[in-house]
Design a protein around this ligand. Sequence first.
Ligand code: SF4
Length: 235
Amino acid sequence: MTLKERYAEILAWFRVNRPIAETELHYSNPFELLIAVILSAQCTDKRVNLITPPLFHDFPTPEAMAATTPEVIYEYIRSVSYPNNKAKHLVGMAQKLVELFHGEVPESLEELVQLPGVGRKTANVIQSVVWGKAAMAVDTHVFRVSHRLGLVSSRCTTPYSVEMALMKHIPKEEVPIAHHWLILHGRYVCMARNPQCDKCGLQLACKYFGQTYKLQQEKRKREELNKVKSKGIKK
Ligand code: SF4
């Protein structure tokens, strides 16, 4: 199977089987999504969704959050990973929004990465989810699933190289949903430790599955051959 065929088959499968794929973070405006995405680094969306309602209620605008301190924010977010750093980032991010962008979440990558706590991945999520731009955020799930499926070469060892490889082959208008396809597939089917290949509809297009299946077949053949040989020797 060529790379082109692999992309075509995988994207077609997702189109038919996952016509709706969205972020699982709860939010009602770009500022809330930005907060939630910053909090979700190395943490589950479920946990983030548990703690954001009071945070959003008490700090509904960048101005309100900019006027508080990381110590106060810490009390709201203490159950997520790295709460100290994230509390500093949230207050710093809100202050920069007020200072540089009139309290609005900006659109471009260059502007977004000026905000504390916002790297390329977070900026791509905001560009894609809020502004519908063709930006591929590569998190741990997108990275792993892209490699397993064979969408990117084993030489793509950084999130940036995976992003570039995916962007080369996925149609621009489909990049925002493809990001969610890969994340959700990684979260619920193609898990890191125990991929559920028996329940996965992508087996025939998946490089990892093909290799594993081939190895199993070869092993079985070797075992059968050994059995035949040892019977022959006994005779
Ligand atoms: S077949 Fe297995 S390894 Fe391949 S995408 Fe599906 S779950 Fe992941």
